[in-house]
Design a protein around this ligand. Sequence first.
Ligand SMILES: C[S@@+](CC[C@H](N)C(=O)[O-])C[C@H]1O[C@@H](n2cnc3c(N)ncnc32)[C@H](O)[C@@H]1O
Length: 299
Amino acid sequence: MLSTTIFTSPQREAGISGGRAGWRGNHPPTLSREVFEWLKPKMIADPMCGSGTTGDVARQMGIACWSGDLHSGFNLLTGEIPTPADLVWVHPPYWDIVVYSGQVWGKEAHPDDLSRCPDYATFVQRLDQAHYNAYQAVQAGGHLAVLVGDVKRKGLLYPIMRDMRWYGEPVQVVIKLQHNVQSANKAYNSNFVSIAHEYLVVTRKPKQFANAWLVSVRLAQTRELDQRGLEQQGWRSIVWTALSALGGQGELQAIYQQANSHARVKLAETKGTDWQAIIRRVLQESCTPVERGLWALSN
Ligand SMILES: C[S@@+](CC[C@H](N)C(=O)[O-])C[C@H]1O[C@@H](n2cnc3c(N)ncnc32)[C@H](O)[C@@H]1O
Protein backbone atom coordinates (compact mmCIF):
# COMPACT_ATOMS: atom_id res chain seq x y z
CA MET A 1 0.00 0.00 0.00
CA LEU A 2 1.21 3.55 -0.67
CA SER A 3 2.75 4.90 2.51
CA THR A 4 4.51 8.02 1.20
CA THR A 5 4.03 10.39 -1.71
CA ILE A 6 6.91 8.71 -3.56
CA PHE A 7 6.27 5.49 -5.39
CA THR A 8 9.27 3.48 -6.48
CA SER A 9 9.35 -0.09 -7.66
CA PRO A 10 12.49 -1.00 -9.59
CA GLN A 11 10.94 -4.41 -10.26
CA ARG A 12 7.94 -3.96 -12.54
CA GLU A 13 6.16 -7.06 -11.27
CA ALA A 14 7.06 -7.63 -7.62
CA GLY A 15 4.54 -10.29 -6.59
CA ILE A 16 1.84 -9.22 -9.06
CA SER A 17 1.60 -9.46 -12.83
CA GLY A 18 -0.29 -7.51 -15.45
CA GLY A 19 -0.15 -5.77 -18.78
CA ARG A 20 2.73 -6.24 -21.15
CA ALA A 21 6.24 -5.14 -20.28
CA GLY A 22 6.91 -4.73 -24.02
CA TRP A 23 3.95 -2.31 -24.51
CA ARG A 24 5.49 1.12 -24.83
CA GLY A 25 4.33 3.41 -22.06
CA ASN A 26 2.86 0.66 -19.85
CA HIS A 27 2.69 1.29 -16.11
CA PRO A 28 3.90 -1.25 -13.55
CA PRO A 29 1.32 -3.58 -11.97
CA THR A 30 2.88 -2.80 -8.58
CA LEU A 31 1.58 0.79 -8.86
CA SER A 32 -1.98 -0.38 -9.54
CA ARG A 33 -1.84 -2.78 -6.62
CA GLU A 34 -0.62 -0.13 -4.19
CA VAL A 35 -3.24 2.38 -5.29
CA PHE A 36 -6.03 -0.23 -5.07
CA GLU A 37 -4.89 -1.21 -1.57
CA TRP A 38 -4.97 2.44 -0.59
CA LEU A 39 -8.30 3.52 -2.13
CA LYS A 40 -10.05 0.12 -1.81
CA PRO A 41 -12.28 0.48 -4.90
CA LYS A 42 -15.05 -2.02 -5.56
CA MET A 43 -15.42 -1.09 -9.23
CA ILE A 44 -12.66 0.30 -11.46
CA ALA A 45 -12.83 1.74 -14.97
CA ASP A 46 -9.75 2.17 -17.17
CA PRO A 47 -10.70 3.89 -20.45
CA MET A 48 -7.11 4.03 -21.83
CA CYS A 49 -6.08 0.54 -20.81
CA GLY A 50 -3.22 0.01 -23.30
CA SER A 51 -1.86 -3.46 -22.56
CA GLY A 52 -4.43 -3.98 -19.79
CA THR A 53 -2.32 -3.61 -16.63
CA THR A 54 -5.13 -2.16 -14.49
CA GLY A 55 -7.64 -4.86 -15.46
CA ASP A 56 -5.15 -7.69 -14.92
CA VAL A 57 -4.25 -6.46 -11.43
CA ALA A 58 -7.91 -5.86 -10.53
CA ARG A 59 -8.79 -9.42 -11.55
CA GLN A 60 -6.02 -10.86 -9.39
CA MET A 61 -7.23 -8.79 -6.46
CA GLY A 62 -10.88 -9.79 -6.99
CA ILE A 63 -12.01 -6.26 -7.97
CA ALA A 64 -14.47 -5.69 -10.81
CA CYS A 65 -13.00 -3.65 -13.68
CA TRP A 66 -14.18 -2.29 -17.03
CA SER A 67 -11.41 -1.56 -19.57
CA GLY A 68 -11.47 0.16 -22.94
CA ASP A 69 -9.01 1.79 -25.36
CA LEU A 70 -9.03 3.40 -28.78
CA HIS A 71 -7.19 0.31 -30.05
CA SER A 72 -10.31 -1.79 -29.38
CA GLY A 73 -12.97 0.76 -30.37
CA PHE A 74 -13.52 2.86 -27.22
CA ASN A 75 -12.86 6.57 -27.77
CA LEU A 76 -12.69 8.60 -24.55
CA LEU A 77 -13.03 11.86 -26.49
CA THR A 78 -16.46 10.98 -27.81
CA GLY A 79 -17.64 7.97 -25.82
CA GLU A 80 -19.17 7.52 -22.38
CA ILE A 81 -17.73 4.96 -19.98
CA PRO A 82 -20.55 2.42 -19.75
CA THR A 83 -20.46 1.89 -15.99
CA PRO A 84 -20.10 4.07 -12.92
CA ALA A 85 -16.97 3.28 -10.91
CA ASP A 86 -15.53 4.32 -7.59
CA LEU A 87 -12.07 4.53 -9.20
CA VAL A 88 -11.51 5.73 -12.75
CA TRP A 89 -7.90 5.24 -13.77
CA VAL A 90 -6.62 7.26 -16.71
CA HIS A 91 -3.14 6.80 -18.13
CA PRO A 92 -3.06 8.95 -21.27
CA PRO A 93 -0.26 9.32 -23.79
CA TYR A 94 2.25 11.97 -22.74
CA TRP A 95 1.53 14.01 -25.87
CA ASP A 96 3.61 12.34 -28.63
CA ILE A 97 6.40 10.83 -26.51
CA VAL A 98 5.05 7.44 -27.62
CA VAL A 99 2.85 7.51 -30.72
CA TYR A 100 0.18 4.81 -30.44
CA SER A 101 -2.11 4.44 -33.47
CA GLY A 102 -0.18 3.29 -36.53
CA GLN A 103 2.91 2.51 -34.46
CA VAL A 104 2.19 0.61 -31.22
CA TRP A 105 -1.13 -0.71 -32.61
CA GLY A 106 -2.98 -0.63 -35.95
CA LYS A 107 -1.72 0.34 -39.35
CA GLU A 108 -3.04 3.89 -39.57
CA ALA A 109 -3.03 7.08 -37.51
CA HIS A 110 -6.35 7.55 -35.66
CA PRO A 111 -7.50 11.21 -35.66
CA ASP A 112 -8.67 11.00 -32.01
CA ASP A 113 -5.51 9.34 -30.73
CA LEU A 114 -4.19 11.76 -28.07
CA SER A 115 -0.64 10.91 -29.08
CA ARG A 116 -1.37 12.22 -32.58
CA CYS A 117 -2.35 15.78 -31.63
CA PRO A 118 -0.68 18.28 -33.98
CA ASP A 119 0.57 20.56 -31.20
CA TYR A 120 0.75 20.85 -27.42
CA ALA A 121 -2.22 23.24 -27.06
CA THR A 122 -4.47 20.82 -28.97
CA PHE A 123 -3.17 17.96 -26.85
CA VAL A 124 -4.01 19.72 -23.55
CA GLN A 125 -7.45 20.72 -24.81
CA ARG A 126 -8.29 17.13 -25.86
CA LEU A 127 -6.78 15.71 -22.69
CA ASP A 128 -9.13 17.96 -20.69
CA GLN A 129 -12.05 16.66 -22.75
CA ALA A 130 -10.97 13.05 -22.08
CA HIS A 131 -10.63 13.70 -18.34
CA TYR A 132 -14.01 15.45 -18.26
CA ASN A 133 -15.60 12.35 -19.81
CA ALA A 134 -13.70 10.09 -17.38
CA TYR A 135 -14.89 12.16 -14.39
CA GLN A 136 -18.52 11.63 -15.42
CA ALA A 137 -18.19 7.94 -14.53
CA VAL A 138 -16.76 8.60 -11.05
CA GLN A 139 -19.36 7.83 -8.39
CA ALA A 140 -20.03 10.32 -5.60
CA GLY A 141 -17.17 9.92 -3.09
CA GLY A 142 -15.11 8.01 -5.69
CA HIS A 143 -11.71 8.90 -7.19
CA LEU A 144 -10.18 9.87 -10.51
CA ALA A 145 -6.50 8.86 -10.75
CA VAL A 146 -4.50 10.29 -13.65
CA LEU A 147 -0.98 9.03 -14.31
CA VAL A 148 0.92 11.55 -16.37
CA GLY A 149 4.47 12.75 -17.07
CA ASP A 150 6.00 15.98 -18.31
CA VAL A 151 7.64 16.50 -21.68
CA LYS A 152 10.90 18.33 -22.39
CA ARG A 153 11.47 19.56 -25.89
CA LYS A 154 14.13 21.89 -27.34
CA GLY A 155 15.08 23.13 -23.87
CA LEU A 156 11.48 23.88 -22.79
CA LEU A 157 9.34 22.03 -20.29
CA TYR A 158 5.76 21.11 -21.16
CA PRO A 159 4.34 20.42 -17.68
CA ILE A 160 1.25 18.41 -18.59
CA MET A 161 0.36 17.74 -14.97
CA ARG A 162 0.23 21.48 -14.32
CA ASP A 163 -1.38 22.50 -17.59
CA MET A 164 -4.23 19.96 -17.53
CA ARG A 165 -7.49 20.60 -15.72
CA TRP A 166 -8.06 18.79 -12.46
CA TYR A 167 -11.66 17.70 -12.05
CA GLY A 168 -12.95 17.24 -8.51
CA GLU A 169 -11.33 17.84 -5.13
CA PRO A 170 -7.53 17.30 -5.00
CA VAL A 171 -6.64 14.36 -2.75
CA GLN A 172 -3.01 13.46 -3.44
CA VAL A 173 -0.16 13.87 -5.87
CA VAL A 174 2.19 10.88 -5.88
CA ILE A 175 5.59 11.10 -7.55
CA LYS A 176 6.28 7.88 -9.41
CA LEU A 177 9.96 7.34 -10.04
CA GLN A 178 10.83 5.95 -13.44
CA HIS A 179 13.48 3.30 -13.72
CA ASN A 180 15.61 2.47 -16.76
CA VAL A 181 14.92 5.89 -18.24
CA GLN A 182 16.47 6.23 -21.65
CA SER A 183 16.65 9.50 -23.45
CA ALA A 184 17.98 10.01 -26.93
CA ASN A 185 18.71 13.62 -25.98
CA LYS A 186 21.04 12.47 -23.24
CA ALA A 187 23.22 10.65 -25.77
CA TYR A 188 23.65 13.79 -27.87
CA ASN A 189 23.78 16.40 -25.15
CA SER A 190 25.57 15.71 -21.88
CA ASN A 191 23.88 18.82 -20.45
CA PHE A 192 20.41 17.30 -20.80
CA VAL A 193 18.63 16.55 -17.52
CA SER A 194 16.49 13.45 -18.07
CA ILE A 195 12.99 13.40 -16.63
CA ALA A 196 12.91 10.43 -14.25
CA HIS A 197 9.47 10.73 -12.68
CA GLU A 198 5.78 10.84 -13.43
CA TYR A 199 2.81 11.98 -11.34
CA LEU A 200 -0.30 10.24 -10.17
CA VAL A 201 -2.86 12.99 -9.61
CA VAL A 202 -5.74 11.74 -7.47
CA THR A 203 -8.92 13.79 -7.15
CA ARG A 204 -12.29 12.96 -5.61
CA LYS A 205 -15.89 13.59 -6.50
CA PRO A 206 -17.64 14.97 -3.41
CA LYS A 207 -19.87 12.56 -1.49
CA GLN A 208 -22.65 15.09 -1.33
CA PHE A 209 -23.32 18.05 -3.56
CA ALA A 210 -24.95 21.37 -2.90
CA ASN A 211 -25.58 21.37 -6.65
CA ALA A 212 -24.73 18.23 -8.64
CA TRP A 213 -24.54 20.21 -11.90
CA LEU A 214 -21.53 22.15 -10.66
CA VAL A 215 -18.12 20.54 -11.16
CA SER A 216 -15.03 21.78 -9.38
CA VAL A 217 -12.29 22.43 -11.97
CA ARG A 218 -8.74 23.53 -11.19
CA LEU A 219 -6.87 25.03 -14.10
CA ALA A 220 -3.55 26.76 -14.57
CA GLN A 221 -3.32 29.59 -17.04
CA THR A 222 -0.37 31.40 -18.51
CA ARG A 223 -1.03 35.08 -19.03
CA GLU A 224 1.11 38.09 -19.79
CA LEU A 225 1.44 40.75 -17.14
CA ASP A 226 2.14 44.28 -18.37
CA GLN A 227 4.59 45.50 -15.76
CA ARG A 228 4.01 49.12 -16.71
CA GLY A 229 0.84 48.88 -14.64
CA LEU A 230 2.65 47.73 -11.48
CA GLU A 231 3.62 50.26 -8.85
CA GLN A 232 5.70 47.61 -7.07
CA GLN A 233 8.22 47.13 -9.90
CA GLY A 234 11.60 48.34 -8.64
CA TRP A 235 13.57 51.16 -10.30
CA ARG A 236 16.45 48.92 -11.34
CA SER A 237 14.07 46.48 -12.88
CA ILE A 238 12.24 49.33 -14.68
CA VAL A 239 15.51 50.60 -16.20
CA TRP A 240 16.72 47.13 -17.18
CA THR A 241 13.35 46.31 -18.74
CA ALA A 242 13.32 49.62 -20.63
CA LEU A 243 16.79 48.81 -22.02
CA SER A 244 15.63 45.29 -22.97
CA ALA A 245 12.64 46.82 -24.75
CA LEU A 246 15.12 49.01 -26.69
CA GLY A 247 17.12 45.93 -27.74
CA GLY A 248 19.75 46.02 -24.98
CA GLN A 249 20.89 49.61 -25.33
CA GLY A 250 19.37 53.06 -25.74
CA GLU A 251 19.68 56.82 -25.50
CA LEU A 252 18.74 58.46 -22.21
CA GLN A 253 15.70 60.16 -23.78
CA ALA A 254 14.47 56.86 -25.20
CA ILE A 255 14.83 55.25 -21.77
CA TYR A 256 12.76 58.06 -20.21
CA GLN A 257 10.17 57.57 -22.92
CA GLN A 258 9.94 53.83 -22.23
CA ALA A 259 9.39 54.56 -18.55
CA ASN A 260 7.15 57.62 -18.59
CA SER A 261 3.81 55.80 -18.74
CA HIS A 262 4.85 53.43 -15.93
CA ALA A 263 2.63 53.35 -12.82
CA ARG A 264 5.69 53.80 -10.60
CA VAL A 265 6.67 56.94 -12.52
CA LYS A 266 3.11 58.31 -12.27
CA LEU A 267 3.19 57.69 -8.52
CA ALA A 268 6.57 59.48 -8.26
CA GLU A 269 5.13 62.44 -10.17
CA THR A 270 2.19 62.75 -7.77
CA LYS A 271 4.69 62.87 -4.91
CA GLY A 272 6.87 65.41 -6.72
CA THR A 273 9.81 62.98 -6.90
CA ASP A 274 12.38 63.54 -9.69
CA TRP A 275 12.07 60.11 -11.33
CA GLN A 276 14.46 61.00 -14.17
CA ALA A 277 17.20 61.55 -11.59
CA ILE A 278 16.45 58.09 -10.15
CA ILE A 279 16.78 56.58 -13.63
CA ARG A 280 20.12 58.34 -14.23
CA ARG A 281 21.39 57.05 -10.87
CA VAL A 282 20.34 53.46 -11.70
CA LEU A 283 22.06 53.74 -15.08
CA GLN A 284 25.27 54.89 -13.43
CA GLU A 285 25.14 52.20 -10.75
CA SER A 286 24.09 49.15 -12.75
CA CYS A 287 24.43 49.71 -16.50
CA THR A 288 27.27 50.25 -18.95
CA PRO A 289 27.95 53.60 -20.63
CA VAL A 290 28.58 52.99 -24.35
CA GLU A 291 29.19 56.61 -25.32
CA ARG A 292 27.91 59.96 -24.09
CA GLY A 293 24.13 59.60 -23.45
CA LEU A 294 24.01 55.99 -24.66
CA TRP A 295 23.56 53.18 -22.15
CA ALA A 296 23.61 49.38 -22.40
CA LEU A 297 22.63 46.50 -20.13
CA SER A 298 25.62 45.15 -18.25
CA ASN A 299 26.48 41.51 -18.88
C1 LIG B 1 0.16 5.31 -21.86
S1 LIG B 1 -0.87 4.21 -22.72
C2 LIG B 1 -1.66 3.30 -21.46
C3 LIG B 1 -0.77 2.18 -20.96
C4 LIG B 1 -1.42 1.29 -19.91
N1 LIG B 1 -1.56 1.97 -18.65
C5 LIG B 1 -0.61 0.04 -19.75
O1 LIG B 1 -0.11 -0.23 -18.64
O2 LIG B 1 -0.41 -0.68 -20.73
C6 LIG B 1 -2.07 5.29 -23.37
C7 LIG B 1 -3.20 4.63 -24.14
O3 LIG B 1 -4.16 5.63 -24.51
C8 LIG B 1 -4.80 5.19 -25.69
N2 LIG B 1 -5.55 6.30 -26.29
C9 LIG B 1 -5.09 7.37 -26.99
N3 LIG B 1 -6.10 8.19 -27.36
C10 LIG B 1 -7.25 7.62 -26.89
C11 LIG B 1 -8.63 7.97 -26.95
N4 LIG B 1 -9.06 9.07 -27.60
N5 LIG B 1 -9.53 7.14 -26.33
C12 LIG B 1 -9.13 6.01 -25.69
N6 LIG B 1 -7.84 5.62 -25.63
C13 LIG B 1 -6.90 6.41 -26.20
C14 LIG B 1 -3.66 4.63 -26.53
O4 LIG B 1 -4.13 3.73 -27.49
C15 LIG B 1 -2.79 3.96 -25.44
O5 LIG B 1 -3.06 2.57 -25.39
